[in-house]
Design a protein around this ligand. Structure first.
Ligand SMILES: NC(=O)c1ccc[n+]([C@@H]2O[C@H](COP(=O)([O-])OP(=O)(O)OC[C@H]3O[C@@H](n4cnc5c(N)ncnc54)[C@H](O)[C@@H]3O)[C@@H](O)[C@H]2O)c1
Length: 337
């Protein structure tokens, strides 16, 4: 495995304030890269959540935040001098992509990705790392499955179309490395995602967790630290040129098992409300990490339990951070002192 040599590294991260993007920014700064982060703080979930995500990076002299919408920004100018563009901005989520969310999903994912790839080739960027998803597989990423593109939702179809656009620009000579992330979780996770809603449902006053279907559906869950390590390697390992990788956490577990584990970590059961089985969700997902292991030298390192503990600590922290400071200090004083 060889690492691309660069005199001075400037990376661009789109979706820099998002869940995975903000961790990626932290990791790139940590290895000494200069980073330009682009994010519109799209209001579909709390901009304050994302402002907190990017707070530490904003204090780093190697980081510049551009609050811009990729649909309207001059991307050639923003990408000028960049070695690698990590394109993570999107409108993620299967359930939001139906009905009223359809147009936005296509625009934010497909149209924007086309614009990013076009600007990258125009600006002479060395490599684009494209965030794709296990959703492109539908039910084919199962044990013994054909692993072909067979999306079951507009979101999955939009990500499959982004991959097709990547192929178009590869033919024109652009180096695009595609990562198919399998259900990522950990600190800063989006509030619509299962782990986030599960931890919130362990609080007496929090909303119950809407369990869609029997809970026996299963996912390969991936800790965000592992997903980000793979992403940095995808941007820097020379042999990754033009390739597509599955990035999965290493074991597939059912939603019911996760509900039990979250309850044990939080010390309180998850309050569950039954909901009908959702449209567009595969029954199971299993990643094929072999190529990522062989070419990127990557493998997932964090157990589900450790990763869930890290997310639980984060949930505790945001609750404290959102309290007035006087309450915060009162809560930290042990009873009877
Ligand atoms: N989280 C997962 O489990 C998962 C799984 C598979 C794939 N992915 C993909 O990984 C990427 C990151 O996902 P995430 O969970 O961190 O999502 P996120 O919503 O937390 O982050 C996306 C960020 O992109 C920004 N953004 C969206 N459209 C924009 C635009 N037009 N201009 C500028 N900024 C814009 C949003 O404001 C947001 O901060 C996405 O491409 C997603 O499809 C995520």
């Amino acid at each position: 495995m060889s690492v691309i040599e660069r005199a001075e590294c400037t990376d661009v991260v789109t979706g820099a304030a998002g869940f995975i993007g903000s961790h990626l920014v932290d990791a790139l700064l940590e290895v000494g890269h200069c980073v330009v982060g682009i994010d519109s703080f799209d209001p579909w979930y709390s901009p304050a959540h994302r402002a907190r995500n990017i707070e530490i990076a904003c204090a780093d002299p190697g980081f510049r935040l551009e609050v811009k919408d990729l649909r309207t920004a001059d991307l050639r100018e923003l990408f000028d001098g960049a070695s690698t563009v990590y394109h993570l901005a999107a409108r993620p989520g299967v359930q939001h992509s139906w009905g009223a969310g359809l147009t936005r999903t296509i625009e934010m994912n497909v149209t924007v990705t086309g614009k990013v790839l076009d600007a990258a080739i125009g600006a002479g960027v060395d490599r684009v790392v494209l965030a794709s998803s296990s959703s492109i597989y539908g039910n084919t990423a199962a044990a013994g499955g054909s692993r072909s593109k067979a999306p079951l939702s507009p979101y999955g179809a939009s990500k499959a179309a982004c991959e097709d656009l990547a192929d178009v620009y590869r033919h024109r000579g652009l180096d695009v490395v595609t990562l198919r992330y399998f259900t990522v979780f950990g600190p800063r996770q989006r509030p619509d995602m299962a782990m986030h809603r599960l931890f919130e449902a362990t609080r007496r006053c929090g909303p119950a967790f809407g369990r869609r279907g029997s809970g026996e559906q299963s996912r390969e869950f991936t800790f965000v630290g592992d997903a980000v390590a793979a992403t940095v390697l995808a941007g820097t390992v020379a042999e990754a040129r033009g390739r597509t990788f599955d990035i999965g956490g290493g074991c597939t577990v059912s939603l019911n098992e996760v509900i039990d584990t979250v309850g044990r970590i939080a010390g309180a059961p998850v309050r569950v409300r039954a909901e009908p089985a959702p449209a567009g969700e595969p029954w199971t997902t299993v990643a094929a990490n072999d190529e990522a292991r062989a070419i990127l030298g990557w493998q997932p390192r964090t157990s589900l339990r450790h990763a869930l503990c890290a997310q639980w600590v984060w949930h505790q922290g945001i609750r404290l951070a959102s309290m007035p400071s006087v309450l915060r200090s009162a809560e930290l004083v042990p009873a009877g002192v």
